[in-house]
Design a protein around this ligand. Sequence first.
Ligand SMILES: [Fe+2]
Ligand SMILES: [Fe+2]
Length: 310
Amino acid sequence: MYYKEIPYKLACIEGKTTTDLYFKVRDAYRLFAAEGATLTEDQRLLGRNQPLFIQCEDHSSAERDLGDHILRVLTDSSVAAKVRADLVYSLSMRSMRKVFQGTNTRTIQDLRKISNSVVRSILKEKDIVGHVMEMTSIDHYILQHSVKAGTFGLALTINMFGDRLDDHDLADLCTAFFLHDVGMTKVPRSVVDKEGPLTLSEWDVIRNHPLWGHDKLSKITTLTEGAASIVLYHHERCNGSGYPFKKTGGEIPIYAKICAIADTFESLTAKRPFRPSKTPFEALKIMQREMADEFDPGLFQAFVMLLGSG
Ligand SMILES: [Fe+2]
Ligand SMILES: [Fe+2]
């Protein structure tokens, strides 16, 4: 038998265990609580402060077993949408944190697995997107931004192609939406975290992040055309004012146009310590009045409808 660690949030939902849970005593694993058990206050405290494990057939099946469990919980309609959104957010955040700490085949593969579960949960319950918007954590703002903008990008893709979803590799696209800013890991921290306005030369550095991100991912994994376009072209704008290539409307792939909308909306609504955030309504108004010719009108309209229906 092999034991795989499981995050507490996933192991226990609203006080109840979602599977058989084990904990480690010296070198042995003991049953902590059986599936469906209601934990006492003391057990909850203990569970939060020590690693919990699930039992797996062997080492090679552990990742798959945990992945299957994540998928089961994220698509379980008896779990409230808000709780599932919390899980979507925290599991994606956990995986993204690992990618930002070390972008390699393994961390990207893990993110792809989480993305697959995120896709399935949103396909089943649209309300999850609205709840993800409200989530916050103590993680670096770029990570929070990546997960939220990624979720919005995925939701808009699902909304646009609802009737022919089989033509689109949603898990792959979701991974790329999450990773659209991975090139920012190459930008010096002093520039990323600068609270005042950036100098022209600092902007020049920032403007490289789509190329750096694309380059980084291409070396590690085989990107599909759609995924690559998200990372490389998400700062291009329909009126040609974007970067790095100053492409215009017809030259920009659709997924990159979707990412541009999700990315801008998230940036405007994000809570940052040194500037006030906009409400979703204010953000959409700004995008409509001041940036209208930057975005694809059909996609923008669909995004407004998507948020309005939540
Ligand atoms: Fe970006
Ligand atoms: Fe972004």
